[in-house]
Design a protein around this ligand. Structure first.
Ligand code: MD3
Ligand code: FE
Length: 204
């Protein structure tokens, strides 16, 4: 059953478990067309998580800024199509969390190896801030950090495990969040010492 974790945010424990191995296979296929890469922030920092995308729009960053792009800057080609199983799972999860009619436009795929992390940030490069973001965790578990609308708000932490889905809507959509470094012993039989996070986004 969905568990409330913040204003408008719902944890769906294990919601993606039945589809996890098929989703991991799809990620491997996507990465053949659009390889995982470490992007650079506008401030010049190399991100420790590597990323790729699928669907109509992918999230990219370089020295010129953050944006959504219909093409992969690495290859110049459109991002790989979003697999049907991704689209279905994202819609079903949004629906289960009380956000019907969610239509994802793109999926950002983050890949964490040991020590990779994501510092506290807000997701605000989307025009459609009223739409939720659906996140799916696969592979090794990680500690997720979740604050409030201000950077200085206290952060709660909880573990995200293989197959967990979280739907971030309402007020939580603009809350600061991040992940702690992937632990040295963190692993899952399906991926080894790697964690993937998929975020499904309505952008425009
Ligand atoms: C809360 N990813 O891709 S997933 C991101 O584990 C991102 O890779 C993290 O933050 C990861 O932007 C966290 C959970 C998550 C995703 C998006 C959110 C939480 C969110 C957007 C708004 C509020
Ligand atoms: Fe984020």
């Amino acid at each position: 059953p969905p568990e409330p974790i913040a204003d408008g945010a719902w944890l769906l424990p294990g919601f993606a478990l039945a589809n996890a191995s098929e989703m991991l296979q799809s990620i491997s296929q996507i990465a053949l067309q659009a390889p995982f890469r470490h992007q650079v922030t506008p401030g010049g920092y190399r991100m420790s998580a590597s990323m790729t995308s699928c669907g109509q729009l992918g999230w990219v960053t370089d020295r010129t800024g953050y944006r959504y792009s219909p093409t992969d800057p690495l290859t110049g080609r459109p991002w790989p199509d979003m697999p049907g199983i991704f689209d279905q799972l994202a819609r079903q999860a949004a629906d289960a969390a009380g956000y019907p009619h969610f239509v994802p436009q793109g999926c950002l795929i983050n890949r964490y190896e040991t020590g990779a992390r994501m510092s506290l940030h807000q997701d605000k490069d989307e025009d459609r801030l009223e739409a939720p973001i659906v996140s799916v965790s696969l592979g090794a578990p990680i500690t997720f950090l979740f604050g409030g609308p201000n950077r200085t708000d206290p952060t709660a932490r909880f573990r995200l495990e293989h197959g967990d889905v979280v739907v971030w809507g309402g007020a939580s959509r603009m809350f600061f969040h991040g992940v702690a470094p992937l632990g040295k012993r963190a692993a899952h039989p399906a991926t080894g010492a790697v964690r993937y996070n998929l975020t499904f986004r309505r952008v425009r």
